[in-house]
Design a protein around this ligand. Structure first.
Ligand code: ADP
Length: 555
């Protein structure tokens, strides 16, 4: 504080107000009742009082306008008024012999407050005045020592003040620069927040709304002034799929405050101030350490979701409708190919064979599309039962044997075994999963393994630990280039190279596998050596014997 220049400007201004007020009031008193005044005060002339009055008015005006933070310029103006007043006082009361010499000394001592221009201007005034005073015949009565002391002491004090405040000048400038910078940053932040089309709401550790941008006001139908400082739950009202307010354990904001990790979701419905419901895309991120606050960013995606639903519905209806005639075509071609039901020549048989394959492919494509559209709009049903994975897969791969041997491949199932003494035990791995989903996933993987392997083998394995069951499908086929692996489980993604171009497919099988495995709370991944083979893994949660329900009969 004591090194703060504006503090001293403020104090100097106050001191000048007091002194100039006293000097101003002496003249009217001398007019009314001169006897009340001490002889020294009677020396004060009207010119001094008028000068003091002007200084008083200016200093009061400056004080009123810049009460907290007088600027250097305004403070210097007031100070110069005081310098002029005390100079006239000195000149009219005996120069260096004046009883007011101390006031003069104090006044010019303060020049150091105003840096170079304070020192230079006051130095020039003092020099000019001293020359003038020495030249004046009345100076004879003043001793030179008095003159030197009255100049030297203020000069030293002034220099010391200047040095002391100069050393603190940097921080002072830093503070104001910092304040300016902060001001600019907060302005920029506000501009950005206002320009964002997504709703942004920031809450503190108590869940109280601290910031709300115009987009959030518009989406939620809440005015800024009403929403600020309210609990976010009364403004940002999320509902579950039955339109009830979210339970605290499902509230994403509460979760973020608790676990300090971001949450994104497209599954929440927001209830606006006027009761309108909208589906929102939501991102909640923590603000600093756990529980210190969160920032909620959201967007209305109701129309997008409805549009996607309509698209999925269209695809689903179209593929369902088209599957029926394709199945009929496939059936009639089968009848034509059957020697018991039709007689055709060899040429016609080869054409019909090709037509049958294409009809089967088309049928599969429609089936895949139907499954994908179900997966997309959350219509995948999930009816988990306890499944003994080893026996389930053994039964499942039976029908694939003929297809593998047609291509000259060996298809083997080698579930893990454990040795206990002399006996070898095949552990039983149970999972709780929808059997149709598991069948579809494993069939897809085995089908692909046969399809993309020209020679060698396809090996299916089941293993696991106390928590998980892992099914692997390993082939010695064409493999997958490393750059394609990250995209493999995306919709319609097919590896495009000379190896695959001849092999038909839709790029939907692995995507569907991923969606189905996710529905079963498992995970699926792949490891592959290009041109050496691929390994697909499916991991599901293992259940213990006491959790087994609806166990399907072992076949
Ligand atoms: P597709 O109908 O094309 O087989 P999938 O989604 O089942 O569609 O597979 C996506 C792509 O992954 C395939 O086009 C193929 O390039 C590659 N792929 C899948 N399985 C294998 C495999 N076992 N070996 C080599 N490539 C495979």
């Amino acid at each position: 504080m004591l090194l703060d220049r504006s503090f001293w400007y403020r104090q100097t201004n106050r001191l000048i107000i007091v002194v100039s007020f006293l000097l101003t009031s002496i003249w009217p008193i001398s007019l009314i009742q001169p006897n009340w005044l001490h002889p020294i005060l009677q020396l004060i002339t009207p010119v001094v009082s008028i000068c003091a009055l002007v200084t008083l008015i200016v200093s009061l005006a400056v004080f009123a306008r810049t009460r907290q933070q007088p600027s250097r310029g305004s403070s210097f103006l007031v100070y110069m008024g005081m310098v002029l007043t005390s100079l006239i006082l000195l000149m009219t009361t005996g120069h260096f012999d004046s009883p007011y010499i101390v006031l003069w000394m104090i006044t010019i001592s303060l020049a150091g407050l105003y840096r170079y221009y304070g020192l230079i201007s006051i130095g020039s005034i003092v020099t000019a005045y001293t020359i003038y005073a020495i030249a004046d015949p009345t100076i004879q009565s003043s001793s030179y020592s008095k003159i030197i002391i009255s100049i030297l002491i203020p000069a030293i004090i002034s220099f010391l003040i200047w040095r002391r405040l100069s050393s603190s000048a940097e921080p002072v400038r830093d503070y104001s620069a910092l304040a300016h910078e902060l001001d600019q940053v907060s302005n920029k932040a506000e501009i950005i927040l206002n320009a964002i089309a997504d709703g942004v709401v920031a809450i503190n550790n108590a869940g109280t709304i601290q910031i709300i941008n115009p987009a959030a006001e518009r989406i939620m139908g809440w005015g800024k002034q009403d929403a600020l400082e309210l609990d976010y739950r009364s403004v940002f009202r999320l509902t579950d799929d039955k339109d009830r307010p979210l339970a605290p354990e499902n509230d994403p904001v509460q979760k973020v405050l608790l676990i300090n990790e971001s949450i994104t979701s497209n599954d929440f419905t927001l209830l606006t101030a006027n009761g309108k419901k909208m589906i929102i895309s939501l991102l909640v991120s923590p603000l600093g350490p756990t529980g210190s606050g969160a920032i909620i960013v959201f967007r209305d995606i109701t129309s997008e979701v409805l549009e996607n639903r309509q698209k999925a519905e269209f695809i689903s209806t179209a593929s369902h409708e088209m599957r029926t005639p394709v199945a009929a075509i496939e059936g009639y071609i089968s009848l034509a190919l059957n020697p018991d039901t039709a007689t055709i020549d060899e040429k016609a048989r080869s054409y019909l064979q090709k037509a049958h394959e294409s009809a089967a492919h088309l049928g599969q494509l429609f089936q895949d599309l139907l499954d994908v559209s179900k997966a997309e709009d959350g219509r995948i049903s999930n009816n988990p039962v306890s499944i003994d994975v080893t026996s389930f897969i053994r039964d499942l791969i039976g029908p694939f044997q003929s297809r593998a041997s047609e291509k000259g491949l060996s298809l083997s199932f080698v579930p893990d075994v454990v040795k206990e003494g002399n006996s070898v035990i095949e552990p039983i791995y149970y999972v709780s999963a929808d059997p149709s989903h598991l069948r579809e996933v494993i069939s897809n993987l085995v089908e692909n393994a046969i399809k993309y392997t020209k020679e060698g083998s396809v090996t299916i394995d089941v293993g696991g630990d106390s928590e998980h069951v892992m099914i692997s499908v390993v082939d010695t086929g064409i493999g997958i280039p490393a750059e394609d692996i990250p995209h493999l489980f995306q919709k319609f993604y097919r590896v495009d190279n000379t190896d695959t171009r001849e092999i038909g497919g839709t790029g939907l099988g692995l995507y569907l596998c991923r969606r189905l495995v996710e529905t079963m709370n498992g995970r699926i991944w792949i490891e592959s050596d290009y041109s050496k083979g691929s390994m697909f893994f499916v991991e599901l949660n293992r259940i213990q014997n006491d959790q087994i329900i609806n166990q399907p009969p072992r076949t």
